[in-house]
Design a protein around this ligand. Structure first.
Ligand SMILES: NC(=O)c1ccc[n+]([C@@H]2O[C@H](COP(=O)([O-])OP(=O)(O)OC[C@H]3O[C@@H](n4cnc5c(N)ncnc54)[C@H](OP(=O)(O)O)[C@@H]3O)[C@@H](O)[C@H]2O)c1
Length: 175
């Protein structure tokens, strides 16, 4: 099991818009779960892992973003009503990681975000790959990956490729 992010960012480095949405949703080519290489990425994953703030909007989505994937959410007060699948939650990241490992069938885990949850699992030594994709537009403001993510993370470039929608995907191995 490898825990990996696939985090979108604008060309000027923002990972959330000023009103709190992932930059991806501002891309005119974005179709939830169907564009930007997500179908291929999700096929190699068996689960998604995220923080409560990232999870909550999915409950109101027309389309469930993680079909066929187990869902694990970190948080002390995670609402789950309306979710079409069972949601595994815990307020303790170490305990949630144990639940994730106990359920593992060997596939990858998509650490969806947000920055605070990525840093939480990185600090536990559980983040294997930091995947980012840089979108071809500017936001001019919003949230950056750091300072939430510790800058002492050591990154080794593993893969780069361009996406049909004009973005560039970069994967780093973390240590
Ligand atoms: N660019 C992208 O691809 C992308 C992807 C996903 C999200 N985002 C953006 O990221 C932003 C949200 O990120 P965020 O960092 O603010 O929130 P988050 O990581 O999604 O969720 C934070 C919540 O997770 C729980 N949590 C996190 N660390 C914890 C720890 N060490 N111990 C216990 N609980 C912990 C807490 O839940 P409780 O408060 O319930 O205890 C905390 O309030 C949004 O703006 C979203 O749009 C961007």
């Amino acid at each position: 099991m490898q825990i990996r992010t696939r985090f979108s960012m604008s060309a000027d480095g923002y990972v959330a818009t000023p009103d709190g949405w992932p930059p991806l949703v501002r891309d005119p080519g974005f179709v939830s779960g169907q564009s930007h290489g997500f179908p291929e990425f999700q096929q190699r994953c068996e689960a998604v892992l995220m923080g409560r703030v990232t999870f909550e909007p999915a409950l109101a989505n027309d389309r469930w973003p993680w079909p066929n994937l187990d869902v694990f959410v970190l948080g002390s007060n995670v609402p789950t009503e309306g979710a079409p699948v069972p949601i595994v939650t815990d307020s303790d990241p170490t305990r949630l990681l144990e639940k994730l490992r106990a359920a593992s069938r060997g596939g990858d885990v998509h650490l969806v975000g947000g920055p605070r949850t990525i840093e939480t699992f990185r600090a536990l030594g559980a983040l294997d790959k930091l995947g980012l994709f840089v979108l071809p537009f500017l936001l001019g403001g919003g949230t950056m990956l750091t300072p939430s993510l510790s800058t002492d993370t050591r990154l080794a470039l593993e893969e780069v490729h361009s996406l049909p929608e004009g973005g560039v995907e970069i994967t780093y191995a973390c240590s």
